[in-house]
Design a protein around this ligand. Structure first.
Ligand code: PLP
Length: 436
């Protein structure tokens, strides 16, 4: 019998696991004192690493001053301050913010708000379109909205009804950056067909602007813009899930800003407070707020810990720090360097199909040398195990026939030599595995 602790997304019997007892900067230490470089930033949230004094100080101060406020009946100045800040860094139509305890919970709320909004404007459309292979969370609504690893949904049904898949703009026949006009046209045609066929059913479209768990697959501009314009033309809500891509991870504060889009709802979490405490947010546009006000409706969503002031204080300190540090410039400069060394050192390895990198979010897509198909899950596990054994934590994405990728999400504070070390380790692991 192993530990009584059941790790999420793991079998009950677990395997041998590395027990982490201390974190310092970008490094983690296990219970035998061994040091690991965390090239995954926790679960893509520890952008400033494990020992940031400004964020820790804000948490300590808030615990001393006031550790909790009833979110239903009492005002919460930290919540107002953070909501104002999120409105100011998203876009001019965003006027309200709901706080949640996670990204999954933010998606639950976005689904409910979308369906209720449609009802408030006098329609009865409850279907929601989502991109094939995207991941939006593991609660019932967000799990139903996710088409990443559909096998894992088996036996938990029935799922929440009403989700429709949109075509994934990715083709194994060509590299992502080199998608031909023809390939793009095919994707656009398929997208249009699904949108037109379901026009009278949809209340919202949720997009993950770069599929993160799916293997760092970017949705190209024309695809995203068409979704945005379709939503505007048909009074369908455009929901942008920025849980993974938000707070500078891909080089803009939010990914939708790269293409000047205006989502009606933006969900976020992870980097919002450097992952030190559970927090998510749902940013909501003025037209939704007005519809609720006009019909005199409350927002029926609550968890006792929503808008906990300690979590909010950590977020305010994190965003303040990002602004003081001009973090987008930092991320973009590090991204350029990282892209160069990844390409210089890895792209010639026979197993590497392509390297996808946006900001500090990277996937090294590994392929079978002869067929160009993704390597098997078992082969991928061998590569990632070697990376672990060489003292570095990274992640994997395996979607049959689409991608087998090593995922690397370095911290914003990683230095060039830290990035060099990641590339060195990954190169060794891939080279050692290429005979398999
Ligand atoms: N949405 C996206 C795009 C995610 O990547 C994730 C988590 O990885 C979620 C939602 C769910 O967030 P959480 O794990 O905080 O519930």
């Amino acid at each position: 019998m192993g530990s009584t602790y059941w790790r999420p997304f793991n079998r009950a019997d677990g395997e041998n696991v590395i027990n982490i007892v201390k974190g310092e900067g970008i490094f983690l230490y296990d219970d035998s004192g061994r040091r690991f470089q965390d090239a995954y930033s926790g679960l893509w949230n520890m952008n400033y690493g494990y020992s940031d004094n400004d964020i820790k100080k804000a948490i300590k101060t808030q615990i001393e001053e006031l550790p909790y406020i009833n979110p239903i009946t009492l005002g919460n100045p930290k919540a107002s301050e953070l909501a104002d800040k999120l409105c100011s860094i998203t876009h001019d139509e965003i006027t309200k913010v709901l706080f949640t305890c996670s990204g999954s919970e933010a998606i639950e709320a976005a689904i409910k708000i979308s369906r209720k909004y449609n009802n408030l404007i006098g329609k009865k459309q409850y279907h929601i379109a989502v991109i094939s292979e995207s991941y939006h969370g593991s609660y019932y609504g967000s799990m139903s909205a996710s088409f990443y690893d559909e096998n894992e949904k088996q036996g938990y049904g029935p799922m929440v009804d009403g989700f429709i898949k949109l075509v994934l703009p990715f083709s194994r026949r060509c590299k992502t950056e080199e998608m031909t006009i023809d390939e793009k046209n095919k994707v656009m045609q398929k997208l249009e067909e699904t949108l037109q066929n379901n026009k009278d059913k949809l209340c919202a479209i949720i997009v993950e602007p770069i599929l993160a768990s799916g293997g760092v697959i970017p949705l190209f501009e024309e695809y995203l813009s068409r979704i945005n314009s379709f939503c505007r033309e048909n009074n369908v809500l455009f929901v942008c899930d920025e849980v993974a891509t938000g707070f500078g991870r891909t080089g803009t504060m939010f990914r939708f800003q790269k293409f000047d889009l205006k989502p009606d709802i933006i969900t976020m979490s992870k980097g919002i407070n450097n992952g030190y405490l559970p927090l998510g947010a749902v940013c909501i546009s003025e037209k939704i707020e007005s519809a609720f006000l006009k019909e005199n409706q409350i927002l029926f969503h609550l968890s006792t810990q929503n808008a906990n002031p300690i979590c909010l204080a950590a977020a305010l300190a994190t965003i303040d720090k990002m602004e003081r540090d001009n973090i987008l410039e930092v991320v973009n400069a590090k991204s350029t360097y990282f892209k160069k060394i990844l390409n210089d050192d890895l792209s010639n390895l026979s197993m590497v199909f392509e390297i996808r990198i946006h900001g500090l979010m990277a996937a090294i897509d590994l392929a079978d040398r002869e067929t160009n198909n993704p390597i098997s899950h078992e082969q991928l596990i061998k590569v990632i195990s070697t990376i672990y054994s060489l003292g570095c934590f990274a992640g994997i994405s395996y979607t049959k026939d689409i991608t087998s990728s090593i995922l690397i999400f370095p911290q914003y504070i990683a230095t060039e030599s830290d990035l060099d070390n990641i590339v060195k380790i990954v190169k060794t692991a891939i080279s050692n595995s290429s005979g398999i």
